[in-house]
Structure formats: structure tokens, C-alpha cells
Design a protein around this ligand. Sequence first.
Ligand SMILES: [Zn+2]
Length: 226
Amino acid sequence: MLSVSVTWMLVIGASIIAIIAQFRVMGAFKRFGQVRTMRGLTGAEVAKQILRDVGITDVEIERTDSWLGDHYDPTKKVLCLSPGVFDSDSVSAVGIAAHECGHAIQHKNAYWPLQVRMTVVPVTMIASQLLPLVMIGGFWFHMMGFITLGIFVYAILTVFQLITLPVEFDASLRAKLILRESGVVMADEADGVNKVLNAAAWTYVAAFLSALTHLLHLLAIRDSRD
Ligand SMILES: [Zn+2]
């Protein structure tokens, strides 16, 4: 088993990757948010067109106020786009709108990783609410009960982040294909879409690594106390 100091280094490493990934996604979003597409369709228009083309008629497209808060909610069948995506005809906006449509298509096709992810969401939400207790009692004071609780919490979060990876990669893959085939973006614009979506993908990899390294660290703390 790995020692406490080694797993602590892994936690730090994962945190650095997470910070870099966050800066990269913000940077890519901003950079390609200034590049307008030739077709000039807004994120909302692109989403509407994609959903119509694949025969999805029961999904609402809504405008949310949170910046980069774009997501598809399978429980309500709502595709939420932030103002910078909803109203913009930039490369970033159409890329993200198409990515969220990718999730709606996964839902329609009963794509199994999405099904699994939806099943794990409620227990993941409970686990997340226990995090402050785990942080203070487990990581800080090394209290055995909280370390055990933390192992359960991070095991759940690790599984959740792992199943999120195929869901996110697949949605981006679908988005890139649809945008090219439908002619919403031109060849040179597709490169920008790739950069934005690939940068976003790294934030999910970082979230997985973060959960996994925290889990390993708690296991190492437990073992060191035996
Ligand atoms: Zn997504």
C-alpha cells in the first residue's frame, strides 16, 4: 500500500491538474467566444436545429443565468444554456450547445453510461453533502470514524466521476460530428470547437483524478493507523 506522504503528493498533483484544466477551459472558451461562425447561428438556434434533425421534440431549451452553467437535465428533459452560449454565434457557443445536445441524444438512445450516471446521481449528492465532515474529521483530525466515512464518500465520488468520463467524451464526439456534417461549422472553425470541447474534457479527467487520489489518501491514512 502507498504511504501517506506519497498519496498526499498525488492529491496535490491532481489539484494542480484540476487548476490548470480550469484555466485552459476558461481560456479556450474566451478565445473562441470571440470567433464568430460563418453560418451565424446562435447556440440556441444550433441546439434547436440539432434536436429537430434527430427527432427530439420533448426537450425544452432554456436560458440559465450561470456562467458556463450549460447542462442537459435528463430528469426534466431541459437543455440549459448560459447567456454566453444561448445568444452567441461564436465557435465556443455552437460547440457547447452541440455538446449538450449530445447528452439529449444519449438520453433518447438510452446510452448505458448515461443511464448508470443518472442512477448514481442521488447517492452522489448525499455523499457530496458529507464532504465537509470528512474534510475536518478525516483529513484534518484523522478521526477513525470520519476516515471510514470518507472512504465510502470518495469511493462513491470516484465511481461517479469515472462513469462521467464516457458520458462526456461521447457527447463531445457526437457534437463534433454533427456540427461538421450539418455544416453549422466550417473546417477551420471545427478546429476551434475541438479545442474548446477537449479543454472541457480535461476538467472531467481532473475531477476523476481528484476523487481517486483523495480516496487513496484516506486508505493510506487508515492503514498507517493499524
Ligand atoms: Zn457534458
